[in-house]
Write a protein that binds this ligand. Sequence first.
Ligand SMILES: CC(C)(COP(=O)(O)OP(=O)(O)OC[C@H]1O[C@@H](n2cnc3c(N)ncnc32)[C@H](O)[C@@H]1OP(=O)(O)O)[C@@H](O)C(=O)NCCC(=O)NCCS
Length: 139
Amino acid sequence: MKIEKVDSSDLSLLKNFLSTCGLSLARFRYYRTRPLSIIQNHLTTLLAINESNIPMVYGHLDKEDGKVWLGICVSEGNEGKGYGNFMMKALLEEAVKLKTDVIYLTVDKENYNALRLYENFGFKKVRESHTTIWYKWGN
Ligand SMILES: CC(C)(COP(=O)(O)OP(=O)(O)OC[C@H]1O[C@@H](n2cnc3c(N)ncnc32)[C@H](O)[C@@H]1OP(=O)(O)O)[C@@H](O)C(=O)NCCC(=O)NCCS
């Protein structure tokens, strides 16, 4: 697996990845309300590509309202194989390089694999509604 940074001048790989995501997009809803060109505002946008040159997992760090937010998505059928772990490591390494001390994310309360992944990486629950949990990493 290798990590590639998505370049906002070439969105074809990202477009291709999202077209393979299937039901994963029911949980990762970021692009439902945003155009792909939003990545020009991201701190970083990454895809992890396998040996057959297929993107398996997406990750970003995005600054909105003065806060850095993390987004991650493994394509449908490829969950539970360590890709989420791989991408989280890459995103947190980027955060350190970018001197980002604090990262937030939101997750559906019943997305147990995601909750486990985030908690494994030291994210702490800071807020909760009946559907959503807000997590924070760092100080
Ligand atoms: C949530 C998501 C990023 C996790 O990534 P992943 O590649 O599936 O998970 P990994 O294989 O890296 O495993 C991460 C943790 O979740 C657990 N896990 C993941 N899939 C699992 C499964 N199918 N069954 C049981 N546990 C599972 C793993 O056991 C691991 O925890 P552990 O290291 O303590 O054992 C991924 O499943 C995904 O993108 N899902 C759809 C979109 C989504 O939910 N995005 C996040 C929105 S907030």
